[in-house]
Design a protein around this ligand. Structure first.
Ligand SMILES: [Zn+2]
Length: 246
């Protein structure tokens, strides 16, 4: 007979497991995107990487978390010129995510982490977390996972500022660590759009640039649509990101 949850995977629990679960566990919900990641990486990049981080946390702290099935779509209409992209309006995403968090609160969970793995979701999930707190009174926070490990990334990075960006060194290294057969680095090119002359502009996920976000520059006219130095993802150091992340 099952007496306690034997898994950290929320979807594998029974309703009785949920009824009896420790409601102070942190419930992790990864929200990502289905979008182009250059010619060298798959559409599911953000979901694969975000869930790897969430599942790594669950492995390291199996008594303390549950991991929800991911939301594999996000706010990325600015990518729509690329075949395959599925975009969700920010209002829809906020409503959808807060329906999930409110369901969890209804079942008694008191601590939720919205773990973002797609850049443009960051402000959307921030609002979803704030709405959840206001409407339910539970603790709900959002975080983009690269911000939680930026110091470590900057320690081991091989590329210059701007190289850690969309489908660049960082994402390529992580995906290759997990599934090397799905990344074709030979198809990538270097596209560093960082402007070193600006104190304000930032196009580096590890925060090594200026303080302002890069959204205005995104999208059209960028061949292959990725930013950064995916070639630097070749490094054997790529697994170090995970080791520290876990
Ligand atoms: Zn990505």
């Amino acid at each position: 007979m099952r007496t306690a949850p034997v898994t950290t995977a929320y979807g594998h629990l029974t309703w009785e497991d949920v009824r009896d679960a420790d409601k102070d566990r942190v419930v992790i919900l990864n929200v990502s995107a289905t979008e182009d990641h250059g010619p060298h990486m798959p559409l599911d990049t953000d979901t694969v990487l975000g869930m790897a981080v969430a599942e790594g946390v669950a492995k390291a702290a199996p008594e303390e978390v549950f991991v929800m099935p991911p939301v594999p779509y996000g706010f990325n209409e600015h990518h729509k010129d690329f075949p395959g992209v599925i975009w969700i309006q920010p209002e829809t995403l906020i409503a959808f995510v807060t329906d999930i968090t409110k369901s969890l609160a209804h079942h008694g969970f008191r601590r939720i982490l919205l773990l973002n793995s797609h850049g443009s979701n960051h402000p959307v999930l921030d609002l979803a977390a704030r709405k959840t707190v206001i409407e339910t009174g539970i603790i709900c926070v959002s975080a983009s996972y690269w911000n939680l490990m930026s110091a470590r990334i900057n320690e081991i990075r091989k590329s210059e500022i701007g190289g850690i960006a969309h489908a660049g060194e960082f994402e390529a290294a992580m995906y290759m660590h997990l599934h090397p057969e799905r990344v074709v680095l030979e198809k990538s090119t270097t596209q560093n759009l960082h402007n070193a002359d600006s104190k304000f502009f930032n196009l580096d996920l590890a925060g090594a640039g200026g303080g302002s976000d890069a959204y205005a520059l995104v999208v059209r006219g960028i061949p292959g649509r990725h930013h950064g130095r995916p070639d630097r993802g070749q490094s054997r150091d790529r697994q170090k990101v995970f080791r520290r992340g876990h």
